[in-house]
Design a protein around this ligand. Structure first.
Ligand code: GLY
Length: 386
């Protein structure tokens, strides 16, 4: 597939400047509401409410602040960044709602980003402490990181989920920083189990998969947020594109890049006309189901990162960039809140969890983050927080 002329003409330097200006202004307007508190995971009637830093999604706001700082090259966001970093330290010190593998999401887009950008040693220490906590969720028998809940909860015991690929960079970082290989080994083992059991033969993915933590035996796949156990939840597939690429980057295991390509190819082959996926890839145009713009934004970042690591001779590199650009052009034009001034979000038409009717056709805070990350990737050379 070639990028249509119309799309390539739309993504110009001026176009990007306008998009970035829109986003910076929108985020800047939110600074007073979300100084110590953070936006809820999903909006209600397109408006996020302020809440305490207790959800798995709290760091998408700080991640956005770091991106805005980089894009604006100014200090307008520093004051709120400082407050947010303080809140993440408090959460870690008091272990507030950290019985989750999403310690990765939480401390990559706060402590790690802060260490990278501001060089604060206390943030490096915070990231390493968070990595230790994440390691407690690793089962050496099953060779997976348990996703949710208490490690002895029979409902959650031995359950891994595809989303966790995005949490692994915290462990890769910890091995690089400390020289102790145990973090990297756990992350690598988890990524391998994800590749073997979560990715099906046709390159679709289960959302979650259970293992017996006593014997290490793989048990069965099950969905949580997808349409069915056998369908392909769009966001899981998007996490897979980006997440396998990251594990390739940090381990050099080329098979992860191959898997990322297969998962990307399935994602692309099942996009609707306008290239913004429905919430489960089982659905397409005419289904009357909702889109999930947040999955499109994650996939755009994943495809851009994946394309970077392919050899020049790999024709897929051009395809992945083209599709990412096309998705960004459509998202900017038809899915942003430019014409919804009452909204404090960036990206409309996301789905959090259709099965429980949570955040359906709303703004998702991670959708906003990844939209901003993709814009940053298109605007400047960007050093990943992941
Ligand atoms: N990691 C949870 C989600 O993507 O909804």
């Amino acid at each position: 597939m070639k990028m249509s002329k119309a799309t390539s003409e739309r993504i110009t330097k001026e176009w990007l400047q306008e998009e970035v200006a829109f986003v910076l202004e929108k985020v800047e307007r939110n600074l007073n509401s979300f100084t110590d508190l953070v936006p809820t995971a999903a909006s209600v009637d397109q408006v996020y409410q302020p809440e305490e830093n207790t959800d798995w999604t709290a760091s998408f706001w700080s991640g956005m602040l770091f991106l805005c700082k980089e894009l604006s090259q100014g200090d307008d966001f520093d004051h709120v960044i400082d407050h947010q970093i303080g809140a993440f330290q408090h959460r870690l010190d008091h272990q507030i709602a950290l019985e989750t593998h999403d310690i990765g999401f939480l401390y990559i887009l706060s402590a790690l980003a802060d260490y990278q950008i501001n060089g604060r040693e206390s943030s490096r220490d915070m990231a390493l402490e968070a990595a230790d906590l994440l390691m407690e969720r690793y089962s050496p028998k099953a060779r997976i990181i348990q996703a949710w809940g208490d490690l002895n909860d029979p409902e959650q015991r031995g359950r891994m989920i595809i989303d966790c690929l995005m949490n692994l960079p915290l462990l890769y970082f910890a091995s690089r920083e400390t020289g102790d290989p145990k973090y990297r080994e756990a992350a690598y083992a988890h990524a391998k189990q994800t590749q073997t059991y979560i990715v099906r033969d046709n390159a679709t993915t289960f959302h979650t998969y259970y293992f017996d933590t006593e014997t290490g035996e793989p048990l069965y796949g099950k969905t949580q947020q997808g349409f069915s156990d056998e369908s392909c939840w769009a966001r899981g597939q998007a996490w897979g594109i980006y997440g396998f690429t990251l594990s390739y980057l940090y381990t050099g295991d080329y098979s992860f890049l191959e898997t990322a390509k297969q998962v990307a190819d399935y994602f692309i082959a099942n996009l609707p006309e306008d290239k913004v996926c429905y919430w489960d890839l089982i659905f397409n145009d005419g289904s009357n189901e909702e889109r999930d713009s947040s999955s499109a934004a994650i996939a755009a970042c994943g495809l851009l990162e994946l394309a970077k690591h392919l050899p020049l001779t790999d024709e897929k590199s051009q395809l992945y960039q083209s599709v990412a650009l096309e998705m960004m052009a459509v998202l900017a034009e038809n899915y942003t809140t430019k014409h919804t001034p009452q909204s404090n979000g960036l990206l409309l038409h996301g789905v959090y969890d259709k099965n429980t009717n949570k955040g359906v056709d709303e703004c998702m805070i991670w959708g906003d983050y990844f939209y901003l990350e993709a814009l940053t990737r298109l605007t400047q050379s960007w050093y990943m927080y992941w």
